[in-house]
Ligand binder design. Structure first.
Ligand code: B12
Ligand code: SF4
Length: 456
């Protein structure tokens, strides 16, 4: 069952659950997927699906725990827990939860949802194991860790869900070419979700073939790489771009997770030639001291070159900076703000966040605990769930960020991406056949609004 109903900043095709369903299908296990993303009454849809398919095991895909946004926090798990409770009313078959949410805090999510078992990491082989146990009537363990296994770049979405509503909301087709990230930034849990910190690279020909055939079958023209880092390892990225360029599929590509360390001009050029029309880059800081301390693995001059190259190559880029992490001081805040003003193209959106969400198992959680923060909770509204450096006055910081956001039309806060207008903008863009992410027009739109005095 696909439980993610979030529609901002964009709807996302359920790649994880579709991949798990594919794995069960390949193993000869009968599967059906209930997609709750757009239904009016998710409980009703769920109960109807249970009545119709009479499952022997129910698997829930849980993507988001929360939105990691200090200003406007959203906690997603209570809605999923309500679904579990409703299912329990009509069936006593085991209920399993997997996805990035359960991978981040497996046993806490198990408790919050009231499910029997959680799968941490990749779910393909884990679900087969659980099916094996359930079929023999054995008790399922509370937690099972998924193995890395083969990365299937694009699942057979159409076998499990109706992709039409996603396409009509401008969702790109998501593809994963590699798993894992070895960088180890202090707040990051991607290695837990991917089940590995080492890169698990897919065959280039398999990735290109999957993209060519899936876009053909499903009618998507925008394709988004959901790899934890897209441009590392650099040689693989270069070869992937060359292979995409050779295939000349007439598609638009996007990628997030661009690490400035390897994003040289040649990489950007190769991406452009391949058909990339947008990238998201999260340097988080432009202070060298903090980049080192936060484990970001890049030099600030590499970041400056990347910003310049993206600008001169006219390559739409969205930047994300996070303030208030360990070691942040007034000086480092000023450094990063100065960098944004000086180096980021005024047409490229910059997303600002103040305070770091503390997820369990990260080195940030250890730092926070040593400084007296309460234990990490799933609910972002609980006290002390966002880290703030004691060397910065939070009010001063918020004022500085607000001043930048008001001064620069390309600067936004994270909650800007939760705007209620966004779903309508996505639909309009799909109707007009516009390609690429909606944020590419953010700065221009705000400049226009400012001219007419309509911008706050
Ligand atoms: C790419 C990405 C995005 C892109 C998505 C683009 C797209 N077209 O899909 C964008 C930038 C739009 C985005 C937005 C958001 N994202 Co995001 N995103 C990611 C990222 C990097 C990859 C996700 C992905 O597709 N992975 C590939 C798939 C194949 O893996 P998977 O879904 O995890 O599935 C595997 C397992 O989890 C498991 N599994 C999945 N389902 C099931 C079901 C069962 C039954 C079982 C057994 C197993 C299982 O098996 C699968 C196959 O191996 C992850 C970080 C990461 N490395 O996972 C964050 C991540 C998923 N995002 C996150 C968040 C918070 C968000 C936002 C809420 C941020 C915001 N405030 O706007 C939004 C929400 C968007 C939405 N509508 O839900 C969090 C979610 C966890 C949390 N903190 O609560 C993550 C983990 C980042 C983080 N560490 O905080 N995101
Ligand atoms: S580079 Fe990105 S994915 Fe890798 S550890 Fe850092 S934040 Fe996580």
């Amino acid at each position: 069952m696909h439980t993610n109903r979030e529609v901002t900043p964009e709807v996302v095709l359920p790649i994880g659950v579709s991949r798990v369903a594919d794995a069960c299908d390949r193993a000869g296990i009968p599967v059906a997927v209930a997609d709750l993303a757009f239904v009016r009454d998710p409980t009703k849809t769920l109960l109807k699906a249970i009545g119709r398919h009479k499952p022997a095991l129910i698997g829930l895909s849980v993507r988001n725990i929360d939105n990691a946004d200090f200003r406007v926090p959203v906690y997603y798990l209570p809605a999923v827990a309500a679904l579990v409770a409703a299912a329990r009313e009509v069936t006593d078959v085991p209920i399993v939860a997997g996805g990035s949410g359960p991978s981040i805090a497996p046993l806490a999510v198990r408790e919050a949802l009231g499910v029997d078992t959680v799968v941490a990491g990749p779910g393909e082989s884990a679900m087969l194991q659980l099916w094996g146990m359930a079929s023999t009537g054995a008790d399922l363990p509370p937690l099972i860790r998924g193995e890395e296994g083969t990365v299937h770049p694009i699942p057979h979405f159409e076998k499990w869900i109706d992709v039409g509503p996603y396409r009509r909301r401008s969702a790109p087709l998501n593809v994963q070419s590699r798993r894992g990230c070895p960088f180890g930034c202090i707040y990051c849990n991607y290695a837990d979700i991917d089940g590995t910190a080492r890169y698990g690279l897919n065959e280039l020909s398999a990735v290109v073939h999957a993209i060519a055939t899936a876009t053909d079958r499903l009618g998507f023209r925008d394709v988004e790489f959901v790899d934890s880092t897209f441009n590392a390892p650099p040689q693989y990225t270069q070869q992937l771009c060359e292979a995409l360029a050779r295939a000349d599929l007439g598609l638009s590509f996007q990628a997030s997770g661009i690490n400035p360390r390897f994003a040289n001009r040649a990489t950007l050029e190769a991406m452009k030639t391949a058909g990339f029309n947008a990238v998201m880059c999260s340097p988080d800081t432009a202070s060298q001291e903090l980049a080192d301390r936060w484990g970001k693995g890049f030099q600030v001059d590499e970041l400056a070159t990347l910003a310049q190259d993206a600008s001169t190559l006219n390559f739409p880029a969205m930047w994300s900076f996070m303030f208030g992490g360990p070691g942040e001081t007034g000086e480092t805040v000023a450094e990063t703000l100065g960098f944004i003003r000086k180096n980021i193209d005024p047409d490229h959106p910059v997303m600002l966040t103040a305070r770091m969400r503390i997820y369990p198992g990260t080195s940030l959680a250890t730092t926070a605990a040593a400084e007296g923060y309460p234990l990490p909770q799933l609910d972002p509204n609980a006290d002390g769930q966002f880290y703030m450096s004691s060397k910065v006055d939070p009010y001063w910081l918020d004022e500085r960020l607000l001043a930048l956001q008001q001064e620069c039309p390309n600067v936004m806060f994270m909650d800007g991406s939760q705007s209620k207008a966004l779903p309508w903008i996505h639909r309009a863009r799909a109707l007009l056949g516009q390609r690429g992410p909606a944020w590419t027009t953010y700065a221009r739109t705000r400049r226009r609004l400012k001219r007419f005095g309509l911008d706050r």
